[in-house]
Design a protein around this ligand. Sequence first.
Ligand code: N01
Length: 538
Amino acid sequence: MTQFNEQADVDVVVVGTGFVGIYATHYLRDQLGLAVRTFEAGSDVGGTWFWNRYPGARCDIESAHYSYSFSEELQSEWKWSERYAAQPEILAYLNHVADKFDIRRSVQFNTRITSMVWDDAASVWHVGTDAGETTTARFIVSGAGNLSIPKKPEFPGIDNFKGQLISTHRWPHEPVDLAGKRVGIIGTGASGIQVIQTIASEVGHLTVFQRTPNFACPLRNRPVSEAEHEERVKNYPDIREGALHNFMGIVSDEPGESAKAAGEEERKAAYDRMYYDVGGFHILVGTYGDLLFDKESNDTLAEYLREQIAKRVEDPSVAAMLTPHDHPFGTKRAPMETNYFEVYNRDNVTLVDVRANPIQEVTEKGVRVGDTEYEFDVLISAMGFNFSTGALLEMGVVGRNGLTLNEKWADGPETYLGIASHGFPNFFMITGPQSHVALTNNPLAIEDHVNFASETIRYLVDNDIDTIEPTAESETEWVETVRTLADATLFPLAKSFFMGANIPGKPISPLMYLGGSPTYRALCYEIAADNYRGFALQ
Ligand code: N01
């Protein structure tokens, strides 16, 4: 392994060993021959899939797509057992990848990065860890995670609770015995819904605290047969090619142009097919192209989904509580479910609306809402994450002239292409804020960014260039582009983590590029080919 900057301990520090860190470590170390040190806060690889091991955790993007495409050998040797893989299988897959490419020898586990300070004189980053060590590196490639910093259940009295308090994002490694227990859960996003539908039949009583009802859609999971697997392996080149041309990075039907322009019968048939047969996000990407852009069109699907809830939930007053009216479909990330709504037909499940009456406090015994105290043995927090910016802002990043990333982003993130920020040279934020990741099949978006970052580093090395960072002008333009694109959609109509609205005090601004991944990817290639237009290289 060569190391080309004598002033630094290593060429690149990689943050994390989720999908990003594993691939980045492999690419930079094995393809480019650079000296790489990777830091991981957990005790092993896996990132999101290492931490989020709650009951029912599963990916709602098909396993054919939710996997790396960079190695043909890897994709043909790995057999997914289900159409949508569960957490243990995805974790096993990431372990397999780490073994195959001998990733662990470059990783320092159980180590959290606490500071990253740019040294202008030496053109290196000083990376400090909670182990008290400092490493210098010329480049940072961060895969710290978009959904790794949780929203904490900061209710008054939370520390007084005498039962077991568990957060979905740090579910214990040892089994949690919920059988016959009184369990409460706060949050009905993708995580909460997966937990609820999984544990309802096991617990003694389940109380669900719901603030915003969600447009959950059926997943339609099933096993992958041997024949299907073989077919998939044979067709992988086409599958990957198809995903690269899809807005969301999966393969779906070619959508019709406009839902509102379609006849009622045709529309119902399209929605029925996706809801009852196909499942997953196909109801969004494979029906009509204007669902996220035109409120009237969106209403047709929202109304359809409301009708399905009414059909599936027996008690009309409970069905009404579960029915969303305050945001267009898809503008809060739609959870995917399996018999979720039927859970509320069970005698041992109670739904509590905490929109009108918020949770007042957590007591020794449970949760108080209004005059009612709900008593629990176990209380589960599934309250979401500080999406996109959270982890980057917790790493103590200090750029040129002592400017911290937190100061720079005080009014919302400012990036170019969602991968770099002016004043923070040689720092690649893989799938960072204002990139295409939020609405793209993540491994594909991650490969886009790791490829871009690695090839950029290769270019700098080959051309003896010390630093790269976006110009202030290109960054301002990108932030404006992201905002303009978001304003052309329905996303600003919802209070969602996509807009930063789920964390009190977080600036409201679009955290995702909404031009679609094919456009985004083409733009990145074009910019790189045009001598990194919009970046300053020195
Ligand atoms: O988090 P969320 P999540 N009082 O933010 C509620 C990925 N993921 O972990 O909507 C009461 O969606 C909050 O209510 P409201 C995926 O990208 C993927 O479930 O803010 N309730 C909401 O109901 C997903 O989108 C998979 O009004 C409070 C919930 O907590 C992302 O992770 C599986 C509250 C948080 O929902 C995040 O999903 C799971 C309060 N004070 C997750 N504060 C896959 O399948 C918050 N809530 C790949």
